[in-house]
Write a protein that binds this ligand. Structure first.
Ligand SMILES: Cc1ncc(COP(=O)(O)O)c(C=O)c1O
Length: 358
């Protein structure tokens, strides 16, 4: 792997040179046969990689546009928002800013969301339940299948909206069991591409509900997106160059195989956890729910700014803490095309740097 800048950030992440190179093919317009075959190939490869028959919609923009799209299309008035960190809070804010009433379940930061947290909370009037699969502020990966099962047990009509921005393509989300109505992710995380495209795996149930919900907007109207998608077209001008890179990257992803990809991500998380336990105060998430893509380490007495400045001087970049735990943690991103060997190299440099700054 060519790590020109040695990014171990939480997104955007390192993009391999040959993937960047795929973006330099000649431009085409998006109302051509060539575009249609590119679009169609991408959707099929995404489906194959995620092992799903769900509709896959794609939009130029970042993932938030389709997190907003889910609420605007699937909800007339009320949702249940479960949060265990900053991005869960954000999804609640998105629902409220779109005029929906949100019942809230707040789980302690660092803890996983569990079915028991929503016992008795998914009443008949709850049209959708939303949560984050891998909370990027705390590095916690919850069991979304178990949560979705509990939602449907209480109210089979409720929609299930999962933010999979930092878990898709790194952890097995088991979509056949999860059966999300909306599962959203983007290009700049575990797909290891530049930012600019958002995706939603959308269910027929959500698309049917959308027909009954007014004010879906234009850019976020899933029915308009679906109509174009049926023809392998985008609704608005798509980032064609990024799609070239995505098509190329999906071939590499499928060649690696999803099981190997999931295993590689878990191996990297385990390496970082072991390092944090040996050298600092361990990792922030409760045991057993550690994210495969983002390790959140407890700072303890470490002067993080000094440590990171020294690390950066050697060419390695990691990420600050985020939200409520910003000052007591820091984050290491290990997703996409990063390898366990690269993580070992980073940890070795972190060893030396710790000695220098302590
Ligand atoms: C879990 C999670 N959800 C949502 C977002 C927002 O994604 P975007 O910036 O692509 O809109 C992020 C970004 O880091 C995230 O980590």
């Amino acid at each position: 792997m060519l790590l020109s800048r040695k990014l171990f950030t939480v997104g955007p992440v390192h993009v391999d040179q040959e993937v960047l190179g795929a973006m330099t093919k000649p431009m085409i317009t998006h109302r051509t046969k060539e575009y249609k075959s590119l679009h169609g190939a991408i959707v099929e490869k995404l489906r194959k990689a995620l092992d799903t028959d769900l509709e896959i919609l794609l939009v130029g923009g970042s993932a938030s546009i389709l997190i907003e799209g889910a609420v605007r299309n699937g909800v007339n008035s009320k949702t249940l928002g479960i949060t265990n960190g900053s991005f869960g809070d954000r999804s609640i804010e998105i629902s409220e800013l779109n005029g929906k009433t949100v019942d809230k379940v707040r789980v302690d930061w660092g803890r996983a969301i569990r079915p028991e947290h929503i016992k008795g909370r998914v009443g008949k009037d709850v049209e959708a339940v939303h949560w984050v699969s891998n909370e990027s502020s705390t590095g916690v990966l919850s069991d979304s299948v178990a949560i979705a099962d509990e939602v449907r047990l209480q109210n089979p009509d409720s929609l299930v909206f999962v933010d999979a921005v930092t878990s898709a393509f790194a952890s097995d989300l088991n979509l056949k069991k999860l059966r999300p109505d909306s599962l959203v992710f983007g290009t700049q995380k575990a797909l290891a591409l530049p930012p600019g495209l958002a995706f939603m795996a959308a269910s027929e149930k959500l698309l049917a509900k959308a027909k009954t919900v007014p004010n879906r907007g234009f850019y976020t109207d899933l029915l308009k997106l679906k109509k174009q998608n049926d023809d392998n077209y985008a609704l608005t001008t798509p980032p064609v160059s990024l799609m070239y890179a995505l098509d190329f990257q999906l071939d590499r992803v499928l060649k690696e195989g999803m099981a190997s990809r999931y295993k590689r991500h878990r191996e990297m998380a385990d390496l970082v956890k072991a390092w944090a336990e040996k050298n600092l105060n361990g990792t922030f998430p409760e045991d057993g729910y550690q994210s495969a893509t983002i390790s959140v380490l407890n700072r303890g007495d470490l002067d993080f700014d000094k440590f990171h400045a020294a690390l950066k001087a050697k060419g390695y970049e990691i990420s600050n803490g985020y939200g409520e735990v910003k000052d007591k943690t820091f984050r290491i991103g290990h997703m996409g095309d990063i390898t366990p060997a690269a993580v070992r190299e980073l940890l070795k440099v972190m060893d030396e740097t710790l000695e220098e700054v302590q």
